[in-house]
Design a protein around this ligand. Structure first.
Ligand code: ADP
Length: 191
């Protein structure tokens, strides 16, 4: 199986690229952000619990992620593996993911990081705000999400580097160009 983590700050293009990679390698695309947005939209108990956290740009508590992930993964066992988008976001989540994969004798194959500078991220996210109207895409909340990424998520870079699984891909260019760069790295590792 191929288990990929697509890593990077908000606005780096993880969602856009994950969908394409999932299609190309027959992987299940698991986006925790998409799952939460759907829960909020459907006003489920979980959705009601996480709405204000997400609207402030904070992270949902780690303990709420694990069951969600297990359910999402069990739904897609027929494919070649998974691409995780927006997960893990903390060291605890990375350890939980390792444990979960271990249950079926699996592990993270590769972590691909999309690198984009902060100014470009802000421009992209404000642009998306105009198109999609996401509540967490206001300038103030975006700034907080970038800060949360720096403090809570970026330590994962060292975590995966130590395991020799971390690869950086330049995240500026056309969608197709960036996809090409990502696939090149994936093919070098899985073949
Ligand atoms: P982005 O990467 O653009 O910030 P996401 O769709 O991945 O967007 O996430 C949106 C929000 O959902 C995050 O700011 C956070 O509040 C919540 N969220 C998503 N995934 C996680 C996660 N793995 N752990 C904690 N919170 C999460």
């Amino acid at each position: 199986m191929i288990n990929l983590v697509l890593f990077g700050p908000p606005g780096a293009g993880k969602g856009t690229q994950s969908i394409r990679i999932a299609g190309q390698y027959h992987l299940a695309h698991i986006s925790t952000g998409d799952i939460f947005r759907s829960e909020i939209k459907n006003e489920t108990p979980l959705g009601l619990k996480v709405r204000s956290i997400i609207e402030k740009g904070e992270l949902v508590p780690d303990e709420l992620l694990i069951d969600l992930l297990r359910t999402a993964m069990n739904r897609h066992t027929e494919l070649n593996g998974f691409i995780f988008d927006g997960f893990p976001r903390t060291l605890r989540q990375a350890a939980d993911l390792d444990d979960l994969l271990k249950e079926t004798g699996e592990k993270v194959t590769l972590t691909l990081a999309l690198e984009v500078d902060d100014q470009e991220l802000m421009t992209r996210l404000l642009n998306r705000a105009r198109i999609e109207g996401r509540k967490d895409d206001t300038e103030q909340v975006i700034a907080n999400r970038l800060k949360v990424y720096q403090t809570q998520t970026s330590p994962l870079i060292e975590y995966y580097k130590r395991q020799g699984k971390f690869r950086v891909v330049h995240g500026k260019g056309s969608v197709e160009e960036i996809l090409g760069r990502l696939c090149k790295v994936i093919d070098g590792v899985v073949e």
